[in-house]
Design a protein around this ligand. Structure first.
Ligand SMILES: [Zn+2]
Length: 393
């Protein structure tokens, strides 16, 4: 079988890795940041702008797309790539995380999860097989196995049972993919099903904040043999040290030659810390979500552009930033747009924030290649003033 992940450099002073993941829709340079396209759009940004920002992959939220517009509509348009006019790689999540965080009345059994969606309260049921079926219809390049993401804090016994359930579900996802992938391969060369046959499936490690459970979960999931491995159940409200430990506990058991994805992370310093701990892929709502309340990410921390201090500020959000917002507009003007609730304000900050995250990954890759990543990480983290971007002043 053709190898789709190639590791080109490993840092000598940390576990940082530089690699390339090849998908049917293009190559992803790792470490990579994946902007989140929750409802079939990265909020306020067009696919053309994403390409200009050098985004190499985006994430699609299965739960949101399943609830609205629904699979029939997306199938009618020939899959998510065609529907949203993005021709680069797409990773779809399993929908599990949103079911556990957004939907109501969940009943979890070995069979799957019963829930009411958060839009119109309609009842639905999702099983590992259904999660795979939905993701196949969306037609992403990387699908995720259905897992149970437990909240923080979580009792040991529940976390242990839940991690075992996640393993059983992972196995069923893999079996579904193998069974249906073979059928799809025999189908038409250019049918959406064919794309599914070439897609990848990642397994998810759980185990909450317990070292032994993280280790056991990693071993059990790796045993099943996925195309890549994700660490889930992190960044769910636990202290940062617990998050780092969860990754450190699982990482030694992940195979070197497969991509590793730390789910739902994080702030710029956290991304560098995760890269230093051997993680390759990230997704995070912060750059797009915080843009909406006027928060911009810079290499030294966050700025809340709503603050009065920026009213007369003629400088760009960040000096020497190559993004459109910084090349063409001042902090004072963008502050005015945000205060006046003009759509352009949030668009400009979103463009800057995405550029900032994507550029940080680009920089990390260069630093790994020149064996200077660890110095870079330490200096960046030390120089970063905002510890918690959610606590903007
Ligand atoms: Zn900028």
């Amino acid at each position: 079988m053709q190898k789709n992940f190639v590791l080109s450099t490993t840092d000598r002073h940390s576990k940082a890795r530089r690699g390339q993941l090849t998908t049917a829709h293009g190559v992803i340079d790792t470490p990579a940041f994946m902007p989140i396209g929750t409802q079939g759009t990265v909020k306020a940004v067009t696919p053309r702008e994403l390409r200009e920002l050098d985004a190499q992959i985006i994430l699609g939220n299965t739960y949101h797309l399943f609830v609205r517009p629904g699979l029939d509509v997306i199938k009618h348009f020939g899959g998510l790539h065609n529907f949203m006019n993005w021709d680069g790689p797409i990773l779809t999540d399993s929908g599990g995380y949103q079911i556990f965080s957004l939907a109501k009345l969940r009943k979890i059994t070995d069979g799957g999860v019963e829930f009411q969606n958060h839009i119109d309260g309609a009842r639905a049921f999702i099983s590992p097989e259904i999660a795979m079926e939905i993701q196949a219809a969306l037609g992403g390049d990387i699908a995720m196995a259905l897992d149970e993401c437990v909240p923080y804090p979580c009792e040991y016994d529940y976390a242990a049972q839940s991690a075992e359930l996640t393993t059983r579900w992972a196995k069923r996802c893999l079996e579904w993919k193998r069974r249906n992938g073979e059928t799809a391969k025999r189908g038409l060369a250019d049918s959406p099903d064919r794309g599914f046959a070439d897609s990848m499936l990642f397994g998810i490690v759980q185990g909450a904040t317990f070292d032994d459970l993280r280790q056991q979960s990693a071993q059990a999931i790796v045993e099943l043999d996925f195309d890549g491995y994700a660490i889930g159940g992190v960044s769910v409200g636990e202290p940062e040290e617990e998050m780092m430990r969860a990754v450190e506990s699982a990482e030694p058991f992940l195979p070197r030659d497969k991509p590793r994805y730390a789910m739902g992370l994080g702030t710029p310093p956290q991304l560098l810390e995760m890269i230093a701990r051997g993680m390759d892929m990230f997704d995070c709502v912060l750059p797009t979500r915080l843009a909406r309340n006027g928060t911009a990410f810079t290499t030294t921390g966050t700025l809340n552009l709503k603050n009065a201090q920026f009213a007369l500020d003629k400088s760009p959000i960040e000096e020497n930033c190559a993004c459109d917002a910084c090349r063409e507009f001042s902090r004072g003007y963008i502050r005015h747009l945000i205060k006046a609730e003009e759509i352009l304000g949030l668009r400009l900050i979103t463009l800057h924030n995405l550029h900032s995250y994507l550029n940080l990954m680009k920089r990390a890759r260069t630093e790994i290649e020149s064996s200077t990543f660890d110095q870079f990480r330490k200096a960046f983290v030390a120089g970063y003033k905002t510890r918690d971007p959610m606590m903007v002043e």
